[in-house]
Design a protein around this ligand. Structure first.
Ligand code: T4K
Length: 395
């Protein structure tokens, strides 16, 4: 049998720039004695992001959740917004905090994003927008959603929390729709410790979002609107700046990890791996989700997660339970049975993926999963000869 890891292997670990590099940046912050409120580091960071994305239409925040809340507030959305139940709960909370009714619509089975084929049936006279999620960094069905939004005169917003670095047809994923929110949380492949960003098509929104994140201050004597405090500080900006320089290396490393999982797990009975996005997509390998078919694998998703923990491997059930099953949202009625989302939420498991995960350790994780399949799967499966598993066919 494979041996357990000596140290825990988490679903993710943050990329950390070389300490000396960060320390040099800290010396600058010390010299400035300017820690927050639009200091020199965040100004530089904002400029670098504008260059990276090729647009001035972006705004930084202290986290992605507040960025999204402020976006909805600034756009003065109300009524109903069509969204996915298969996401992190912050997507829905941002609607709720703006007194908007979330209307859950099912996901498509290939990449788990909002299913355009089911969106139109959920549109009512109160619908004001669609809020779709590029879950795991997989691009939503962009042309189909854009068509629906245009036909019904709805705003099209994207929660792109997982999608930093994703490009479609050479354009950043943030350039699609009316507005996108990115999360720069430490658990993301690109991060600023905590942080968030809005990217939008209407240039007039920049000033509005700048007011809203800074108490509505025009100057010392004038407050022009009821804003809040959602500013990013200098330390976050420093981290964001430095991690940006390493982004493509981080994505490249994750691609290698994804390739190992793909080639090793594709033959394991009961493990279904979503296909990589097709077309001209530069994917960021933000997560590595797999679906577990309990009949074929011989263990259900929860049992596999628990078995992996015995080997010190902490895979996560992103995203289970479905948002529509949480106590605070259960009473929301929806005409959509959410059948794909329910099935996927029961079966999904996200495996460890991060740039500092050794490739040998990815192989070891695959060995463990294979050995569990050899032991439990009712299907004929021998695993690999070199995985420490006795090559006995399970029948
Ligand atoms: N929309 C979507 C679709 C999102 O996924 C998120 C956030 C948001 C909106 C909101 O954006 P933010 O307001 O967060 O910017 C994590 C993150 O806290 C959350 O940001 C993220 N999505 C969500 C998917 O995952 P948890 O509760 O699973 O994180 P936690 O603390 O269990 O961390 C996971 C693993 O990461 C740990 O087991 C170990 C490792 N880790 C974590 C941290 C924080 C580290 O190694 N070092 C660290 O510093 O929510």
């Amino acid at each position: 049998m494979p041996k357990p890891f000596e140290k825990p292997i988490y679903v993710t670990r943050p990329f950390l720039p070389p300490l000396a590099e960060f320390a040099a940046g800290l010396e600058e912050i010390w010299a400035n004695a300017w820690l927050t409120n639009n200091g020199p580091v965040i100004k530089r960071y904002q400029k670098e992001l504008c260059d990276y994305f090729g647009t001035e239409n972006l705004c930084l925040f202290n986290n992605g959740t507040l960025a999204l809340q402020i976006a909805l507030q600034g756009l003065q959305l109300s009524g109903e917004v069509i969204t996915t139940p298969f996401t992190f709960v912050a997507t829905t909370h941002a609607l709720y905090w703006n007194k908007i009714r979330p209307v859950f619509v099912d996901i498509e089975p290939e990449h788990y994003t909002l299913d355009p084929a089911k969106v139109e049936a959920a549109i009512t006279p109160w619908t004001t927008a669609i809020l779709a999620v590029h879950v795991y960094g997989y691009p939503c069905c962009l042309p189909a959603l854009a068509g629906i939004a245009r036909r019904h005169k709805l705003l099209l917003l994207y929660d792109a929390a997982h999608a930093f670095g994703v490009r479609v047809d050479g354009r950043s994923i943030g350039g699609f729709g009316d507005l996108s929110m990115f999360s720069f949380h430490a658990t993301k492949l690109y991060h600023s410790i905590e942080g968030g960003m809005l990217m939008f098509s209407n240039p007039n929104l920049k000033k509005l979002f700048d007011y809203l994140k800074n108490f509505g201050f025009e100057n010392e004597l004038e407050v022009v609107m009821a804003g809040t405090n959602a500013k990013m500080n200098e330390f976050q900006a420093l981290m964001g700046l430095q991690v940006l320089g390493h982004l493509e290396g981080i994505i490249g490393r994750r691609a290698k990890i994804g390739a190992i999982y793909r080639s090793r797990l594709k033959t394991v009975p009961g493990i279904q791996i979503p296909s990589l996005p097709t077309g001209n997509v530069h994917y960021n390998h933000a997560y590595f989700p797999v679906e577990i078919d309990d009949q074929a694998f011989g263990l259900n998703r929860d049992a596999l997660q628990a078995a992996l923990q015995k080997y010190n491997v902490f895979a996560r059930r992103y995203f289970y339970p479905l948002i529509s099953d949480f106590a605070c949202y259960r009473s929301l009625s929806t005409n959509d049975p959410l059948s794909t989302a329910k099935r996927v939420a029961e079966r999904i498991l996200t495996l460890p993926i991060y740039d500092s995960l050794a490739l040998e350790d990815v192989e070891r994780i695959c060995n463990i999963i294979e050995s569990l399949a050899v032991t439990h799967s009712p299907q004929s499966f021998k695993g690999r000869k070199d995985n420490g598993v006795s090559a006995v066919t399970a029948v």
